[in-house]
Design a protein around this ligand. Structure first.
Ligand code: NAD
Ligand code: UDP
Length: 344
């Protein structure tokens, strides 16, 4: 069993991954500044993992851009065997408004983390990247061999870190690195105890739908009915956050076992779903009607993103197996039990 540092471990994907890792017997230290999360998520992770039978979790409030905070995380509970790096900013629109902040947190923060890893003799890293690095491809499904074309500062900063990691591996032996390009993670742990807790008005489709379902918002605005897709609404490759969490556990285990890097891996289901298909599934699963209206396309949106995750299946033996119905029912279990997120 390994001792792992999880940056951004209190966030949406990080908290679900911490649970899977603890249940796998690993011990964890989480470094998070709680800029977009709450310590309550980690308290509940500990509860769900049924400590102390599972591994242990330590929490350090701090910033990845502060070397002293990083040093505390690396020394808090003994030698760190590997790092899973979730901490970062992720809102596309905000990245267009505040590009320097995105370059600072996502790129500078990652550089400082890597330097801390060098100081503490830890060279095993899983990095959260994004399918938006592919831009607007014209053919599907999108494989890792597709040309990258990041269209906004968020995607540009993620690709810049991928390149930084590639250059690092080439310049210094011993690094074991995994770059994971996620499609659209949704849903929640089936207990409804942990889930996605967006600050303010959600940008993303799923949390918006669940907030309309719980009557916190009057209706869903569907951004565009005229996309070149079968029903005219945008298509995305949604995957259950628990499937994504399990992929991280497999990736870090692979790196620690094989002592070399993985190629870039897409993580998705390989099946694109339109906004209307998601709505129909959510309504069928919950029995709730979701009022909606069609409005203009959202700036920066693309018609379709659908990934090919065959490489992750071949190398890690991973597939996103949970169904759209599970994404809807687990997402609703979380939202209905926690209408104000971790504020309860
Ligand atoms: P999230 O915002 O829920 O989690 C990110 C965590 O990082 C939060 O707990 C936040 O408080 C923390 N954080 C932010 N800045 C920090 C800093 N400077 N120092 C320390 N902690 C900091 O986001 P998420 O959805 O869990 O995403 C995790 C990672 O996955 C991000 O890097 C994101 O870019 C990437 N990603 C997310 C998606 C998605 O749709 N959710 C898709 C592709 C990639
Ligand atoms: N979408 C929508 N209304 C919303 C939020 C999203 O119609 O309130 C659409 C959006 O245009 C896209 C899909 O839902 O076609 C997924 O959007 P999301 O922001 O969740 O993911 P991303 O676009 O970042 O892949």
């Amino acid at each position: 069993m390994a001792h792992l540092l999880i940056t951004g471990g209190a966030g949406f994907i990080g908290s679900h991954t911490c649970l899977v890792l603890l249940q796998g017997g690993h011990s964890l230290v989480v470094l998070d500044n709680f800029a977009n999360s709450s310590p309550e998520s980690l308290r509940r992770v500990g509860e769900l993992a049924n400590l102390p039978t599972a591994g242990r979790i330590g929490v350090i409030e701090g910033d990845i851009r502060n070397p002293a905070d990083l040093d505390r995380a690396f020394t808090a509970t003994g030698h760190v065997d590997g790092v899973i790096h979730f901490a970062g900013l992720k809102a596309v629109g905000e990245s267009v408004q505040q590009p320097l902040r995105y370059w600072d947190v996502n790129v500078n923060g990652s550089r400082l983390l890597i330097e801390a890893m060098q100081r503490h003799d830890c060279r095993t890293l899983v990095f959260s990247s994004t399918s938006t690095v592919y831009g607007e491809p014209q053919t599907f499904p999108i494989s890792e061999a597709f040309t990258t074309n990041p269209l906004h500062p968020y995607a540009q900063t993620k690709l810049a870190v991928e390149w930084m990691l590639q250059a690092l591996e080439a310049s210094e032996p011993g690094w074991c690195i995994s770059r994971l390009r996620y499609f659209n993670p949704v849903g929640a742990h089936p207990s409804g105890r942990i889930g996605e807790d967006p600050l303010g008005i959600p940008n993303n489709l799923f949390p918006f739908i669940t907030q309309v379902a719980s009557r916190q918002r009057p209706l869903l605005r569907i951004f565009g009915a005229d996309w070149p897709t079968p029903d005219g609404t945008g298509v995305r490759d949604y995957l259950h956050v628990m499937d994504l969490a399990e992929a991280h556990a497999l990736a870090i285990a692979w790196l620690l076992q094989h002592q070399r890097s993985l190629p870039v891996l897409n993580l998705g289901t390989g099946r694109g779903l339109s906004v209307l298909e998601v709505l129909q599934a959510f309504e069928a699963c919950t029995g709730l009607a979701i009022p909606r209206e069609f409005v203009a396309r959202r700036d920066g949106d693309v018609a379709k993103l659908e990934g090919c995750a065959e490489r992750a299946a071949e190398i890690l033996g991973w597939r996103a197996n949970r169904s759209l119905e599970q994404m809807c029912s687990d997402g609703w279990a979380w939202q209905s039990a926690n209408p104000r997120g971790y504020g309860c």
